[in-house]
Design a protein around this ligand. Structure first.
Ligand code: C5P
Length: 290
């Protein structure tokens, strides 16, 4: 049997780091939003051909840029699921067709892992509730529980304490991948060394989302990692300025970067912005909340 899931990319409408915890992780407050740009994850059970794993990039079919073993979060998700469900999947095939840029702050790897959990849960007749699946997801990675749920959500703790929020009104995102990648653990280490001068007002953002006030959501956007990345990569602020000049309600980096996005209430403005920042991006696309 074949089970296919869309693994949506995520953007951070706001991201705050509250402090370092005794377990080495950081307490966070983040506003997450999934977008209709996705990897396709296919899980096939009872193949009769053993355990197979194939993760490739759609645009050039490259496989060497992704781990094809237990270092891949999607592989770990499959192992954790099978152990928890008490099923022995000797004949399992997982195929991941990747479109979401990697090391980009869009949770591509976490989203693939979440899609594997959802697909295996379907394949096994739904032994886990959504809450139980989120608990399993937490063992795979901090962003994976959110990726199981998707939508507009507040993520707290390591990222695993989730509150679903009112979906966004109709907006368009111009999502722009500059020509550099960022290491998440390195940025978390760097933030410990720096004094964070300005934190986004997450409570004001929650209020703006509850009211469906797009202009105010744009005003309240903020990401404490951005200033650290901008020091070495001024292209980040340059893209943000251009997106704002093209009419974005807000523009910033997502996660630990390097993707930068602008949020637009007008589709034509978003299309014009996509053209305007083209030269600064190795990849660029238009997306909507999902
Ligand atoms: O949980 P995950 O394996 O995705 O986290 C990757 C790395 O990001 C961790 O090893 C840690 O350095 C950092 N991290 C953190 N605090 C979080 C989430 C991630 O310090 N809340």
């Amino acid at each position: 049997m074949l089970f296919t899931e869309k693994a949506y990319g995520k953007l951070n409408l706001a991201l705050d780091v509250l402090g370092k915890r005794p377990d080495g992780y950081h307490d966070m407050r983040m506003i997450m939003q999934s977008v209709d740009f996705y990897d396709t994850v296919t899980v096939q059970t009872e193949t009769g051909t053993g355990w197979q794993f194939d993760c490739y990039r759609e645009k050039d079919a490259r496989r060497d840029v992704f781990p094809q073993n237990e270092k891949n979060l999607a592989w770990r998700a499959a192992e954790i699921f099978c152990r928890a469900a008490g099923v022995k999947m000797d004949n399992l095939s997982v195929t991941i067709c990747k479109r979401i840029p990697t090391q980009a702050g869009m949770a591509g790897g976490s989203s693939d892992a979440a899609a594997v959990l959802r697909a295996l849960n379907r394949a096994c007749g739904a032994p886990f509730s959504v809450t139980a699946l989120c608990n399993l997801a937490e063992q795979v990675g901090s962003d994976v529980p959110y990726c199981v749920l998707g939508g507009t959500a507040l993520a707290e703790g390591r990222g695993e304490i989730l509150t679903a929020l009112t979906p966004l009104p109709e907006v368009y995102f111009v999502v722009c991948m500059p020509d550099f990648a960022v290491s998440t653990p390195e940025l978390f280490a760097a933030i410990d060394q720096s004094r964070v001068a300005s934190h986004p007002d997450i409570d004001a953002m929650l209020q703006a989302i509850a009211q469906g006030n797009v202009a105010e959501i744009g005003n309240r956007m903020g990401n404490v990692f951005q200033i650290l990345v901008e020091r070495d990569h001024p292209v980040v602020s340059c893209i943000c300025r251009m997106l704002l000049a093209c009419g974005a309600c807000g523009a910033q980096m997502t996660g630990t970067g390097s993707v930068v996005f602008g949020m637009f209430s007008d589709l034509e403005d978003a299309k014009a912005a996509r053209e305007a920042v083209q030269a600064y991006a190795s990849e660029i696309f238009l997306a909507k909340p999902v």
